[in-house]
Design a protein around this ligand. Structure first.
Ligand SMILES: NC(=O)C1=CN([C@@H]2O[C@H](COP(=O)(O)OP(=O)(O)OC[C@H]3O[C@@H](n4cnc5c(N)ncnc54)[C@H](OP(=O)(O)O)[C@@H]3O)[C@@H](O)[C@H]2O)C=CC1
Ligand SMILES: O=C(O)C1=N[C@H](C(=O)O)C[C@H](O)C1
Length: 252
């Protein structure tokens, strides 16, 4: 039974992780959030500033994090202090935040992914292949999420963009307005926020009188929670360092 602490326990993903853990060989022993609540989903809630003591007290082996960048970094420091592994699902880090996580991974095993669905792993491979094969087609990237999402574009959209940029030298244009002729080397990136859309991503490649569309739609937050818990059980006991979700998927 893997003993998991959840950062962001009171949030949308925190609830999904507890629900998904119930069907697995995983026990959620404690959670972190800044709001003043004692328990959420039946699990004790502790302020992130007290995370190191709580990780020791509840004997946690790994943190699963779906919170906010500032809170993720606070809890990452607690992991480094206590030797607890960390799975980072939070998105929206700036460069300093990413450097901070890299420093933590020198102390403990750390696996960060902007999307814990298996479908997005496959989509990333298809994107690389399509952009290589259709190397002069226009590219446009769209994502849609629920109205509570605070970062834009999504972490997944940024990861897809990074995959494209490994193949082609494209400059992102974030939305268009007014007189905005398209440059040959640009890629439009668009973020929509509405209702409770779980997460949709689409890349179109257009040229030569045709349009290729590569898209993915998450239908339930359970898909992300399941991937993150797979990553958590896989990560426990590994050497310090930064790991990729693709390694977890390939091992299963
Ligand atoms: N990698 C992936 O597959 C996925 C990633 N995500 C990412 O996960 C993150 C959370 O998403 P979601 O659950 O929808 O967001 P919510 O806003 O629903 O939840 C955020 C949670 O984080 C807590 N929180 C906020 N600030 C801090 C802090 N400083 N320290 C600790 N906890 C904090 C909130 O509680 P409180 O306000 O009480 O502190 C709340 O529990 C986002 O970055 C999102 O993009 C989401 C889905 C999948
Ligand atoms: O905030 C969300 O909900 C999601 N965030 C991740 C992202 O930013 O890519 C993953 C998923 O799309 C859901």
């Amino acid at each position: 039974m893997t003993r998991v602490a959840v950062n962001g326990l009171t949030g949308r993903m925190g609830g999904a992780v507890v629900e998904t853990a119930a069907d697995r060989d995983v026990e959620v022993v404690v959670g972190f959030a800044t709001s003043d609540v004692e328990r959420a989903h039946g699990v004790p809630v502790v302020h992130p500033d007290e995370a190191a003591d709580a990780l020791r007290e509840y004997d946690a082996e790994v943190v699963v994090d779906f919170a906010a960048p500032e809170g993720a970094l606070t809890v990452a420091d607690a992991c480094a202090e206590t030797g607890v592994a960390m799975v980072v699902g939070t998105t929206g880090f700036d460069e300093d935040g990413l450097d901070h996580l890299a420093a933590v991974s020198a102390e403990v095993p750390l696996l960060k992914a902007s999307n814990f669905s298996q479908g997005i792993q496959v989509l990333q491979r298809l994107v690389g292949e399509a952009v290589r094969a259709l190397d002069d087609y226009d590219l446009e990237l769209m994502e849609s999420h629920h109205n509570g999402k605070v970062d834009a574009p999504s972490g997944t959209a940024n990861s897809i963009l990074a995959t494209i940029q490994e193949e082609r030298d494209v400059d992102p244009v974030y939305g268009r307005e007014g007189h905005a002729p398209r440059d040959e080397d640009e890629i439009g990136v668009f973020a929509r926020r509405a209702g409770d859309i779980r997460g949709e991503h689409e890349l179109i490649l257009a040229g030569n009188d045709e349009v290729l569309s590569l898209s993915h739609r998450a239908e339930d937050r359970g898909v992300f929670a399941a991937g993150a818990l797979d990553a958590a059980t896989w990560l426990v006991g590994r050497d310090p360092g930064q790991y990729e979700f693709g390694e977890v998927v390939d091992a299963s």
